[in-house]
Design a protein around this ligand. Sequence first.
Ligand SMILES: Nc1nc2c(ncn2[C@@H]2O[C@H](COP(=O)(O)OP(=O)(O)OP(=O)(O)O)[C@@H](O)[C@H]2O)c(=O)[nH]1
Ligand SMILES: [Mg+2]
Ligand SMILES: [Zn+2]
Ligand SMILES: [Zn+2]
Length: 419
Amino acid sequence: MTTVICPYCFDRAPASRLPYRCLMMATGVRGGTPCDAEPDDVWAGFMGPSVPPSRRLRGPVFAAPRTLAALRGSATRQPCPGCGVASSVRVCRRCHSDFPSEYCDQDSRIIALVGAKASGKSTYVSVLVNELRGRVGREYNISLPAMGDETQRRDREMAEDLYERLQLPDTTRPAAMGFNDPLLYRLSVPRRGRYARSSRHTTLVFFDAAGEDLKSAEAMARYTQYLAAADGIILLVDPLQMGSVRDSGATADGPPLPAVETSPQQIAADLAAQLRSHGRSVSRGRVTTPMAVAVTKTDALRSLLGAHSPLLRNATHAGGEQDDDDRLAVHEELRSLLSDWDSGVLCRQLENDFAELSYFGLSALGAPPPADAPADAPKSGPQPLRVEDPLLWLLGRRGLIQVRKSRPASRDRAERADA
Ligand SMILES: Nc1nc2c(ncn2[C@@H]2O[C@H](COP(=O)(O)OP(=O)(O)OP(=O)(O)O)[C@@H](O)[C@H]2O)c(=O)[nH]1
Ligand SMILES: [Mg+2]
Ligand SMILES: [Zn+2]
Ligand SMILES: [Zn+2]
């Protein structure tokens, strides 16, 4: 059974239970009269006062029939009880938002992107999507089309700004100024083995929060629904916020250092508190939502890394598999760097709060923005490093991509005993 999570209000429902919206088409079979628009108070209530009265009039919503075909999910169109014309538009039963076509055909996975203001979230999403379609997509045979008109429009805009105009994203506006819709993508990955000719589809919902909204527990409460619904969280940590990195002079050639923002340990602590209070499962006091902690802007850290640091190159993805040894090498490298920078405060905080944790290091741009034009991408365009790793780890944990694990520790021990 397919479970659909509304990307707007995060209500979780079996796909077969979702109501339909009549499209009010003029080809009505019963006497040829189409349905009239009627006020959708549920939707208007959810959207708030910004929606003008004329836009509140919409096609009537009707319940899904409880026939066997509908319950099995094999009936994708249903006749409207008012006009008899079939509709395929599904809506959320709680907020009545329309879902893009195909949204309800597969399970949804919500990936929450959090991090302080200017930690690099919006730049990261734009580059990540581009890499998943290009270099990384080729290795895994992934396809990632944007779903729905709104995501398609924003997806095009993000790519044009960053890759054609070489402009970095603007600061993301806080939720108080109107909620930012999440980005919806349909991720298709080929199956392996017996089902090798088919693909597995998942809806990926990326929610790029405004750093502004994460600076206090109070402001974060606006995002509670979304954080509580997340299947995985990517916490971006800006190394240029760390006192010892700022003092090290490592970034002397780049643009001026950014203003000091909320500390990542503060965001992590508030996040864990939110998740606990919203009933996310907890194991021995730690939240079980998988947490990928990614240090961004590693291009600015080159002088602090050893010549063989795994952060200086991309993972190989040979054979369409994520290499777990490589991930662990990055994890160890970051854990030790982070611990050097703040005597382990952030790692201790995270490890006390989250049961499933992996550290990553990435650079969306591959080089600092030009010193004389800090709102631009480097002249050569983004040359990203390791942007895909955190998401692939989250997907791998759900069995959505293949992960190559090193030999199980128990077998290693047994072999050593034999020798
Ligand atoms: N050196 C370096 N700087 C980066 C990189 N990515 C982003 N930046 C810098 O960080 C700034 C903020 O990036 P955004 O992506 O807008 O950050 P954000 O987290 O979305 O910020 P808010 O929307 O305000 O929360 C950019 O303007 C760049 O100056 C990178 O890969 N390397
Ligand atoms: Mg942003
Ligand atoms: Zn909804
Ligand atoms: Zn109708």
